[in-house]
Design a protein around this ligand. Structure first.
Ligand SMILES: Nc1nc(=O)c2c([nH]1)NC[C@@H]1CN(c3ccc(C(=O)N[C@@H](CCC(=O)O)C(=O)O)cc3)C=[N+]21
Length: 284
């Protein structure tokens, strides 16, 4: 038996085609959604991701606003761009590409963003709303994972889910989404301090691997038939993406998300969903 592929690329394409119609409807009402990106420095990976986001925007009819600063940009210079986008009516939502260069206070930048324009769902106000069960833009990667599981009919209610990782973009918000009454999963959060990761993994119906540790999840640790989502992005010597999930896991799992082609494109699609929803709220 080999696992069914959770095809993020195809699912993202379907979401984008649904969004195209919603963007057209907004334009009829005189609103053009515009996604802003703030990219600081010249990391090739970050440049590639940001370019992908703007390609997606073009596909669905969202306007693109790109701001680039050199790696030497100061805290004040980045903050000035954030204030500018907060004021710019053409920019209905934006993201500050993370990580920012060393020495920049990332949290201060995120706090300065207008929470109504937070396309990533990572503003402290919006993360707080998520904790409080108030409506808010949802963090794109966790929401992308959830959307992928739903579209393939993976049972979430009552499932034992293991999340590996505790980063701000995935590990921390993921359990918040999964433990809402509407999802009703039971979540164990594992991290580098977990004593026996393997024991936790063996019980999981769904594994969400966001540790950034190449091939951390091995076939002998996965329950037969489990859904395994590979969110890790490491690069090998040739610059190729290496995920957190060992390829042989596909022999044991019931579902597996490829990497690339799995969660990455879903993250981008759910970013566009946040931009379109914010624009829809603005027209009432
Ligand atoms: N404020 C902020 N928001 C983010 O959402 C954010 C960020 N900062 N910093 C970096 C991470 C990383 N991230 C990815 C998004 C898409 C792909 C993606 O589409 N990957 C393609 C392949 C791309 C390739 O080949 O390099 C795939 O998986 O098929 C990957 C990684 C968003 N991030």
């Amino acid at each position: 038996m080999t696992a069914q592929i959770l095809d993020g690329k195809a699912t993202a394409a379907a979401i984008k085609s649904e969004l195209t119609a919603r963007v057209a409807a907004l334009k009829e009402k005189g609103v053009t959604p515009g996604l802003g990106t703030v990219l600081v420095g010249d990391d090739p990976g970050s440049q590639k991701y940001v370019a992908g986001k703007h390609r997606d925007c073009a596909q669905v009819g969202i306007a693109s606003i790109q701001r680039e600063l050199p790696a030497t940009a100061t805290q004040e210079e980045i903050e000035a761009v954030v204030r500018e986008l907060n004021e710019d009516p053409a920019c209905t939502g934006y993201i500050v590409q993370l990580p920012l260069p060393k020495g920049i206070d990332e949290n201060r930048i995120l706090e300065l963003m207008d929470p109504a324009k937070d396309a990533d769902g990572l503003h402290p106000m919006n993360l707080g709303r998520l904790v409080l069960n108030e409506p808010a833009p949802l963090p794109c990667t966790p929401n992308g994972i959830l959307t992928l599981l739903r579209r393939y009919g993976v049972e979430i209610k009552g499932a034992e889910v293991v999340v590996v990782g505790r980063g701000v973009t995935i590990g921390r918000p993921m359990p918040l989404l999964l433990t809402r009454r509407s999802e009703n999963a039971t979540v164990t959060q594992c991290h580098t301090g977990t004593r026996d990761l393997s024991a936790h993994l063996k019980r999981a119906d769904i594994v969400i691997a966001a540790a950034g540790s190449p091939h951390l999840i091995r076939p002998e640790d996965v329950k037969p038939g489990a859904a395994v989502l590979d969110v890790g992005v490491s690069r090998n010597a040739e610059g190729k993406i290496v995920g957190d999930v060992h390829p042989d896991v596909a022999e044991v799992a019931g579902w597996i998300s490829p990497n690339p082609g799995g969660v990455g494109p879903m993250t981008r699609a759910l970013l566009l969903v946040n931009v379109v929803e914010a624009a829809e709220r603005s027209v009432g």
